[in-house]
Design a protein around this ligand. Structure first.
Ligand code: TYM
Length: 360
């Protein structure tokens, strides 16, 4: 049986990471670590998102490198090209094409309400010339993300907490398009209330947000999520960091003015360290907390740094190995591009037909 036929009965899991910088601990614990588990039970699609990356100005050489780096990291984390489709977003033009159709079915209002847009534009506005400096791509970003998801009949999208609102928009757009463009002969006015179109244009996707690790905070500013663009050195732990760098970043992690771990309540910084250690070791939050109650913060910092370093070391080493063999990476990407294109083109063709475009 072909992989495609074998996967036909399975639910589709799809996710992606932007190639704006090296991947960090939040990307790993909030997303990639969870992807691996679906490969034996689901039809899996994972890709590197370079078109979203250019919503902020990128150094072209760096972007090129980061894209290979992201794919090598996926492989190093256990994403297996024999089980999953792995590709680069810009290799499949259908993403940009569907994104345009969705742009024409969305409103300025719903895009303005996206918190990620509000945050990024607030940063841009405070730094320079107000709205004139906000790239349009940051505004329309969630539409490209919705296209990424809807092209593949995706059922489940494993992501961190910060992507929840984008997923809700993708769901709203799927529902809107399904009712605007029903299948031939399906007339919503003539069927009992609640009947679903058996040939609906899009599957309505669900977010899959892990109970642990879905929101890893900056080690230097524990009120803000860990991010690739963390302005404070040491705030983000990258999957390329050496053991020594990782342990140092944890030793310097911001906690609070107390000195020891309390059972009843913990500050954001302490919670973050416990959460990270629990996610990396597979223990519960309470089990980790209990080990440190009454002990100085230093123990928690040192042990968490060591646990993270030993989880990241094999990923770092394997990523470097994969990066040394570009032709293997190119082969993986070629196979992924072909498989993804075949599926995406089918959906796009159906969208164009239902919208009324002349097809040849
Ligand atoms: P990106 O590249 O910002 O992040 C990639 C994944 O990592 C998760 N994540 C985190 N999880 C826990 N704690 C953190 N501090 C943290 N920071 C990031 C994100 O939730 C995400 O799951 N728009 C997406 C990329 C994207 C995408 C898609 C995702 C484009 N198209 C289609 C899923 C499906 C983004 O910017 O993720």
């Amino acid at each position: 049986m072909t992989a495609a036929a074998n996967n036909a009965a399975k639910q589709t899991v799809l996710s992606a990471v932007q190639t704006t910088n090296n991947l960090h601990l939040g990307n790993y614990l909030g997303a990639i670590k969870n992807w691996v588990n679906y490969q034996d039970t689901h039809d899996c699609i994972f890709f590197a998102v370079d078109m979203h990356a250019i919503t902020m100005r990128q150094n072209p050489k760096q972007l090129h490198e980061n894209t290979y780096q992201a794919i090598a990291t996926y492989l190093a984390c256990g994403i297996d090209p024999k089980k999953s489709i792995i590709f680069v977003q810009s290799h499949v033009p259908a993403h940009a094409e569907l994104s345009w159709v969705l742009t024409c079915h969305s409103t300025m209002g719903e895009l303005s309400r996206m918190t990620q847009f509000k945050d990024k534009s607030a940063k841009n506005q405070s730094s320079s010339k107000g709205e004139d400096s906000i790239p349009t791509g940051i505004f329309t970003y969630p539409l490209l993300m919705a296209a990424d998801i809807l092209l593949y009949g995706t059922n489940l999208v494993p992501v961190g907490e910060d992507q929840k609102q984008h997923l809700e928009l993708a769901r709203d757009l799927a529902i809107r398009m399904n009712s605007s463009y029903p299948s031939d002969g399906f007339d919503i006015q003539k069927v009992p209330h609640g009947t679903k179109d058996p040939h609906a244009l899009f599957v309505v996707p669900e977010p899959l947000i892990g109970k642990v690790g879905a929101r890893i905070m900056s080690l230097q500013n524990p009120e803000a999520k860990m991010s690739k663009s963390d302005p404070t050195p040491g705030g983000a732990v990258f999957l390329t960091d050496s053991d020594g760098d990782i342990e140092r970043k944890f030793k310097r992690a911001v906690t609070d003015s107390d000195t020891e771990v309390k059972a009843e309540s913990q500050s954001d910084g302490v919670k973050n360290l416990i959460q990270i250690q629990a996610t990396v070791t597979g223990e519960t939050y309470d089990a980790v907390l209990n080990k440190y109650v009454g002990r100085g913060y230093g123990y928690l910092k040192v042990d968490t740094g060591k646990a993270v370093a030993s989880a990241i070391a094999p990923i770092r080493e394997k990523t470097a190995e994969y990066l040394r063999d570009r032709s293997h990476l190119d082969q993986v990407l070629k196979a992924g591009r072909e498989a993804a294109t075949a599926r995406a083109e089918k959906t796009l063709n159906e969208v164009y037909k239902r919208v009324g475009f002349v097809r040849q």
